[in-house]
Design a binder for this molecule. Structure first.
Ligand code: FAD
Length: 633
């Protein structure tokens, strides 16, 4: 029997990105003894990569901004499928969360009169993104980390132990959420360096593990994004919501192959960059959909004037929501008007002086210079769509971030669904992490302190989790290589359930996934448990396969195009689909045959949108989105 150390905590937070750290700070401040687990080094989470900024309607650059306008933009961006109460709380609370970061030591860029500067971004009516150059995520994580250290110093003064009430377990991966009956009772994890097993017992667990991008071949996401939290929730019995909605960011690097997919921030367009095809044409003017026509410029001259005078001109269509821009680029490339390496051109060099480019976009300047030998102050970048973000996620209660049907399990950040509907606006993730990270920590601490006794972790569950984790070392002859399986999975998802989807291809993807599941059950690794990346990948494969099945199954079911779900065979956004949520639930009990489906899909209705929030929109606009019966209601 494998040796497993056990520890007891009140709240365990899985993930040390923006959502996890904000949750941990809140839980600890509410008195809960809190453990944070992360699979990377502390401070290295994916949030660090966020470039553009945090969306919050502080109105520092345009006084017209307020939470109502932010709410409206978010709902429009999500094509009205957003869990509206989340969108409301997010728009209302984001400014406080940004101010709070400043009180904890963050240093945002300033306006000339000394206020926090805010920049334009796609889909946001006003300049709204608080930023630190193009390294906002780094500053956010640095600040939250600093706050954690400050709390640990307080604990040292009081208890003589820095980790008495807040401890970070870095380079440690959770493979199972443990339960006592229906209730959560802790997590099972392994240390990546030593391979040692650990059980952290706790009545409340917050999942804040980020996204799923590593299931796709071309992605802006970091190595951590293997859908672990999504899979952990499913395996614990909590459903996932609307997993068909995956965002392809329009501008990833397309060249050289070694860096394909790496993000080119939307700030490049927010600050004046424009998209051109191989004929030099600013093609986005040809791709403004009817629902957005009134809000976007009709000519290059008007679009350009908007940068100087946004109150009297309409914004350029390069700043349409991401799904629209990604589809437009895809169409231009398909029509043979792409750049030499299969993207389009993004140009700032003819639009801004070199010195300003280097000041406003320092990371982009270095990224292109070092990785592609392109000087963006002198020539255009080549860019194309890259898998970037998952709007689908763990179904949660809007107020408390509690999952559905698993008491004690909470989720926040990219791993949670609902907030962004069918498409996320840029900048709305960092604010989401702070708003709902805080709420998850608050309610997890409250739940952990409620009467009911500590749930137990049975030895049988621990043994089963250890046996599952060790299985790749006991692979029989004909063992499968986890790297080969991962590559095949990424190709299948990219080619068959990617940016443009078709019924036949998605059905083919599901067949391929079943085949990969059978082979993954034989995934084998050599060597031992001390830092063994092949073993880590073999364990991650379970999660990526499960989450990919959810994406493919939900995408096949939704016979319309909306936000991050585009079907060539069902190109229209159907109003009748507006009130429909698709929930993925695990087949229970899990079938023994790996080829059998793991997921069942259930249709549920969205909550009716509150009338005072609907009143923020013109009737003519609502008619374009809401189902017939909703309009009557
Ligand atoms: P993360 O920051 O990824 O943290 C996840 C944590 O979970 C990590 O600590 C990881 O180690 C841990 N983890 C995962 N699985 C396990 C496991 N099994 N066991 C233990 N730990 C685990 N959004 C914006 O709003 N504005 C932007 O400007 C912006 N720019 C972006 C730029 C890039 C290049 C990219 C890729 C994304 C950008 N985004 C932006 C999106 C945003 O960065 C992410 O959505 C957000 O950071 C996710 O934060 P999170 O806290 O949910 O997850």
């Amino acid at each position: 029997m494998a040796q497993v150390e056990r520890q007891q905590w009140d709240v365990v937070v899985v993930g040390a990105g923006g959502a996890g750290l904000r949750a941990a700070i809140e839980a600890r401040e509410r008195g809960a003894r809190t453990a944070v687990i992360c699979k990377s080094l502390f401070g290295k989470a994916h949030t660090v990569m966020a470039e553009g900024g945090i969306a919050a309607s502080m109105g520092n650059v345009n006084e017209g901004d307020n939470w109502q306008v932010h709410f409206r933009d978010t709902m429009r961006g999500g094509k009205f499928l957003n869990q509206w109460r989340m969108a409301e709380l997010h728009a209302k609370e984001a400014p406080d969360r940004v101010w709070e970061l400043e009180t904890w030591g963050a240093l945002f860029d300033r306006t000339p009169d000394g206020r926090i500067s805010q920049r334009n971004f796609g889909g946001h009516e006003y300049p709204r993104l608080a930023h630190v150059g193009d390294r906002t995520g780094l500053e956010l994580i640095r600040t939250l980390q600093q706050k954690i250290v400050a709390l640990q110093q307080e604990d040292f003064k009081e208890h003589g132990d820095y980790e008495a009430r807040l401890k970070v377990f870095q380079e440690c991966t959770v493979t199972r959420v443990l339960k006592d009956g229906e209730r959560v009772s802790g997590t099972f994890c392994y240390e990546r360096e030593s391979g040692r097993f650990l059980v952290l017992e706790a009545p409340a667990v917050v999942l804040a593990t980020g996204g799923i991008g590593k299931s796709f071949k071309t992605t802006s996401n970091s190595w951590e994004y293997t859908g672990d939290g999504h899979a952990l929730a499913l395996l614990a019995g909590a459903p996932l919501l609307n997993m068909e909605f995956v965002q392809f960011h329009p501008t990833g690097m397309v060249w050289p192959p070694s860096v394909k997919g790496i993000l080119v921030t939307e700030s490049v367009r927010g600050d004046g960059g424009v998209l051109r095809n191989s004929e030099g044409k600013r093609f986005m003017f040809d791709y403004v959909p009817d629902v957005f026509k009134e809000k976007y410029a009709e000519s290059e001259e008007e679009g350009d004037r908007w940068y100087e005078d946004p109150d009297h001109n309409r914004r350029p269509p390069e700043l349409l929501p991401r799904d629209e821009v990604a589809r437009a680029i895809n169409s231009e490339v398909k029509a043979g008007r792409g750049s030499p390496h299969g993207g389009v051109f993004l140009d700032v060099s003819t639009r801004m002086p070199a010195e300003r480019i280097r000041r406003r976009l320092p990371s982009m300047y270095h990224q292109f210079k070092e990785l592609a030998d392109v000087d963006i102050t002198a020539e255009p970048m080549e860019v194309g769509p890259t898998c970037h973000y998952v709007m689908g996620g763990i179904a949660v209660d809007s107020e408390t971030a509690a999952t559905v049907g698993v008491p004690g399990l909470f989720a926040a950040g990219e791993v949670a669904g609902g907030m962004h509907g069918s498409n996320r606006l840029g900048g709305n993730s960092l604010s989401d992490l702070l708003v709902f990270g805080r709420r998850a920590g608050l309610h997890a601490a409250g739940y952990a302190a409620s009467p009911g006794g500590r749930p137990a972790v049975s030895q049988a569950q621990v043994d089963a989790a250890a046996a599952e984790a060790l299985a790749p070392f006991h692979a029989v002859e004909g063992a499968e290589n986890p790297y080969t399986l991962h590559q095949e999975l990424q190709t299948a998802m990219n080619d068959l359930v990617g940016i443009i989807r078709r019924e036949g291809e998605m059905a083919e993807a599901l067949e391929k996934l079943a085949g990969l599941r059978v082979r993954a059950a034989r995934a084998g690794v050599e060597g031992h448990r001390q830092f063994n990346p092949g073993w880590h990948l073999a364990l991650d494969l379970r999660n990526m396969l499960l989450v990919s099945e959810c994406v493919a199954r939900a995408a096949l079911e939704r016979t319309e195009s909306r936000g991050g779900h585009t079907r060539e065979d069902c190109p229209a956004m159907e109003r009748s689909w507006r009130p429909v949520n698709l929930l993925c639930r695990p087949v229970d009990p899990a079938p023994a045959d790996p080829a059998a489906d793991r997921i069942t899909l259930v249709r549920t209705r969205t909550d009716p949108i509150r009338p005072d929030l609907l009143a923020l929109f013109e009737k003519e606009e609502l008619v374009k989105y809401l189902a017939e019966e909703e309009l009557y209601e």
